[in-house]
Design a protein around this ligand. Structure first.
Ligand SMILES: [Zn+2]
Length: 157
């Protein structure tokens, strides 16, 4: 049950405006909407050569497996598609290294540092894993779709 932010009158389900005072009803974004917004990233697949995608999609999955990002980089240096995924894999790889360094610094702070590393590290670990899986799925299914959050960072041109 919802109430008007302005006058406090009870709002009927799905109302766009308050029947008592006419104030517009603000729709609060649901978790599902937020998830959809985060996932709604630029899909540049159309800019890539279909034969490039077809030839390099399996190779491109290695971009997301840590240091193995070197495989597509070395094996397909001229593939724009492999480069797209290698860039994202590299960003993830570097973010992971930076995070690990920060974690080991925080581990030097007894109790507070350990708790922080446990909670923040756990959450970021899950986010990294999800991004990695998303990247692999995109690579293998022939999509040049930016990953949420990190997809805009371009290290490799
Ligand atoms: Zn009202």
């Amino acid at each position: 049950m919802a109430f008007c932010n302005k006058c406090g009158a009870q709002l009927p389900d799905g109302a766009n405006a308050c029947p008592a005072c006419g104030a517009p009803v603000e729709k609060s974004a649901s978790a599902a909407d937020m998830a959809q917004n985060i996932m709604n990233t630029t899909d540049a697949t159309a800019e890539f050569d279909p034969s490039d995608i077809e030839n390099n999609k399996i190779l491109s999955l290695f971009a997301y497996l840590g240091i193995l990002f070197l495989i597509p980089l070395l094996a397909a240096p001229n593939s724009k598609y492999a480069r797209f995924h290698t860039n994202q894999g590299l960003v993830l790889f570097l973010a992971d290294i930076i995070l690990s360094v920060l974690m080991s610094i925080f581990m030097l702070i007894p109790v507070v540092g350990w708790v922080l590393v446990g909670i923040v590290g756990g959450i970021l670990g899950i986010i990294f894993l999800v991004l990695m899986i998303l990247g692999i799925v995109n690579a293998v299914t022939g999509k040049a779709k930016e990953l949420p959050v990190i997809g805009k960072i371009k290290i490799l041109k």
